[in-house]
Write a protein that binds this ligand. Structure first.
Ligand code: NAD
Length: 278
């Protein structure tokens, strides 16, 4: 099995390009799912306060016997905690739930441009504090559009290490990805298989048949070859394994282009300019 590639972020930290996402994994199933992921070889876990399973992610890390330094864990700020004092409390609470003294990466989960008088800049400046204290080894954002990122650039010192956005063959996000590439912001693609929606596409099916892989493996490989960081979610052990076995084959440039051409700007999740759930 070929090792998972590491991506170097704009501050020199490395992140495994393939991780394991835990959105919509019930707390009661989380220790088992994350433990299975560790056994398979995943070393990068993507969680969030909003997922309600930070405590169980921390338990799985503790139970794994792995060194904390060998596991990359991402957390995200609760949407109801954007004001600086609330953000400080929420960050402390996440570390406590996980049982960690630092997070590898901490993100603003949503820009919430219609809340907090449109101010996500003071929230970002609070994450800069966590970074300077060393309690967040890297900081970034999620669901930020280029116009949100431009506002951060104007008013802050640290460029986000990542922008975590919805990306899959039906939503290729060319504009946001180009902006991020230009500004040395790594792209993390959430819902990398569109929560399953892209798997029945005939073009993906025929490439999968030709290369002798499953549609999920072909789509995950497409992300890897485009250079994005991904963390598919599953609670089913054979799928957790399947989603990891994507480093023993390669798609041709033509296959990558054919999959990218499936784009229809179709979101499975919310529009970041409108999302306002706190
Ligand atoms: P995903 O694209 O990873 O799809 C997950 C679903 O696809 C699973 O529930 C399962 O039903 C199915 N699946 C998984 N592997 C499969 C396989 N090999 N074959 C067939 N079906 C398979 O969707 P996701 O969970 O929404 O996204 C992945 C991760 O991204 C999340 O767990 C979370 O960590 C992150 N995320 C972040 C945000 C954000 O706002 N930042 C939003 C959504 C998700």
């Amino acid at each position: 099995m070929t090792a998972v590639p590491q991506i170097t972020l704009n501050n020199g930290q490395s992140i495994p390009q393939l991780g394991f996402g835990v959105f919509q994994i019930e707390p009661k199933d989380t220790v088992e799912a994350v433990s299975t992921a560790f056994q398979v070889g995943y070393r990068h876990i993507d969680t969030a306060e909003m997922y309600g399973n930070e405590k169980e992610v921390g338990e799985a890390v503790a139970k794994s016997g792995l060194d904390r330094a060998d596991v990359f864990v991402t957390g995200k700020l609760a949407n109801d905690a954007h004001r600086p004092d609330d953000a400080r409390r929420a960050f402390d609470a996440s570390l406590e739930a996980l049982g960690f003294d630092y997070l590898d990466l901490f993100l603003i989960h949503w820009p919430l441009p219609t809340k907090y008088d449109g101010d996500f800049v003071s929230t970002w400046q609070t994450l800069e504090e966590f970074y300077r204290e060393g309690r967040a080894r890297s900081i970034g954002v999620s669901n930020f559009q280029p116009h949100h990122l431009r506002r951060l650039h104007e008013a802050s010192e640290i460029i986000p290490a990542v922008n975590q956005i919805e990306v899959h063959p039906f939503l290729t996000q060319d504009d946001v990805r180009a902006f991020c590439a230009e500004h040395q912001i790594a792209v993390e693609g959430w819902s990398p298989i569109g929560q399953g929606a892209v798997l029945d596409d005939p073009a993906i099916g025929s490439i999968a048949e030709r290369v002798g892989k499953t549609p999920a493996q072909v789509v995950l490989r497409w992300h890897i070859q485009r250079g994005d960081i991904i963390f598919p979610k599953s609670v089913t052990p054979p799928r957790i394994q399947e989603n990891f076995e994507i480093f023993d084959f390669e798609l041709s440039d033509g296959d990558v282009a054919e999959i990218s051409a499936l784009n229809k700007n179709q979101r499975t999740g919310s529009d970041p300019d409108k999302f306002d759930m706190v």
